[in-house]
Design a protein around this ligand. Structure first.
Ligand SMILES: Cc1cc2nc3c(=O)[nH]c(=O)nc-3n(C[C@H](O)[C@H](O)[C@H](O)COP(=O)(O)OP(=O)(O)OC[C@H]3O[C@@H](n4cnc5c(N)ncnc54)[C@H](O)[C@@H]3O)c2cc1C
Length: 309
């Protein structure tokens, strides 16, 4: 690949996002002897994890902040550079890309978008404290095991929470659905109810007493939960990829090929921003796949320069 950009400011790969996906990509790229710059807004979902117990290699669990610290140290060990930045635009620049945050710009031969997603959360000042102590949980696949046999609430739109309630019913006999609207809920909710999940009156009030969350209906019924899961959807930065020419699905997700490349050659997307299964191990695996393809697309550089035969 060649580019019109000044070669001194050109890096092989800019990774946008410094969560588990982006940090793994940076480690792989360093070990492929490729120059890599990570531009990161610094708000990884993993920072919210009080303790992860399904992360491979940590049988006694690991806090999200500690995991990120280790992953960043590993990427730096293999030469990755980091800049704090929120990328606003990615566009083609010759055969490469020009990235900008509105004030600064960077040039790269390839770009890996690893910008994750942001959960939509209840509008309450106590949300961060409740996540921190495990009263509010944001990922049932991650930590339903820890909620086993506790009193569990599932909060969100009636059409979405039934399936989550059914999933959690395998872990506890006391599971409640707390709909934010008075819709019928569909087959998933009926199946959950048949399995013994109870539905409380919609549109109630959520509270947090410093240890546990509760839900109070309009009729004054209050249920206190050991674990409350809000499922309210999420925001992503997929629009940045779309503006660069990538195709999005009807659901707004970035469409990628088997190697995580978007429809724009050289522009990749990995981790929560692209995955349906929002997990660290998925983000890590996608980073390995994408970077191996990126390495193959970049010019071959023989060690010590070309050999005279
Ligand atoms: C409470 C909680 C508990 C969880 N527990 C687990 C668990 O136990 N096990 C598990 O596997 N998963 C768990 N997860 C999910 C896990 O955190 C995510 O799957 C993982 O963080 C995804 O990694 P990522 O790198 O794709 O995205 P992120 O970790 O979200 O990182 C994205 C990064 O990109 C940055 N960014 C975003 N936009 C831009 C931009 N425009 N320019 C520059 N940077 C940008 C963000 O600031 C962030 O630093 C949990 C999540 C939560 C919220």
């Amino acid at each position: 690949m060649s580019t019109s950009a000044d070669s001194e400011s050109l890096v092989d790969v800019v990774v946008v996002g410094g969560g588990p996906a982006g940090l793994t990509a940076a480690t792989y790229l360093g070990r492929f002897l490729r120059s890599c710059l990570v531009l990161d807004a610094g708000d990884s979902r993993a920072k919210w994890i009080p303790e992860s117990n399904n992360c491979p290699g940590f049988p006694n669990g690991v806090a999200g902040v500690e995991l990120l610290r280790r992953m960043r140290a590993q990427a730096e060990e293999f030469g990755a550079r980091f800049e704090a930045a929120e990328v606003a635009k990615i566009e083609r620049d010759g055969d490469g890309f020009l990235l900008s945050d509105g004030a600064r710009s960077w040039r790269a031969r390839c770009v890996i978008l690893a910008t994750g997603l942001a959960d939509k959360l209840p509008d309450a000042p106590w949300v961060a404290d409740a996540v921190d102590c495990g009263a509010l949980r944001l990922c049932s696949i991650c930590d339903a095991y820890e909620a086993s046999d506790s009193c569990i609430g599932v909060y969100g739109p009636s059409g979405d929470i039934g399936a989550h309630g059914l999933f959690l019913r395998a872990y506890s006999e006391r599971v409640y659905l707390l709909p934010t609207d008075d819709g019928a809920g569909g087959d998933d909710m009926r199946e959950a109810v048949d399995a013994g999940v109870r539905v409380l009156a919609p549109g109630g009030r959520l509270d947090f007493d410093g240890k546990r969350c509760s839900y109070t209906t309009g009729d004054g019924e209050t249920v206190v939960f050991d674990s409350l899961y809000p499922f309210m959807g999420s925001h992503t930065s997929a629009r940045i990829a779309a503006a660069a020419g990538a195709t999005l699905s009807d659901e707004g997700e970035i469409i990628v090929d088997d190697d995580q490349m978007t429809g724009v050659p050289g522009l990749f997307a990995i981790g929560d921003v692209v995955s349906g299964l929002n997990q660290i191990s998925v983000a890590v695996g996608q980073a390995a796949i994408a970077t191996t393809r990126v390495h193959g697309m970049l010019p071959f550089v023989p060690r010590g320069g070309a050999v005279e035969l």
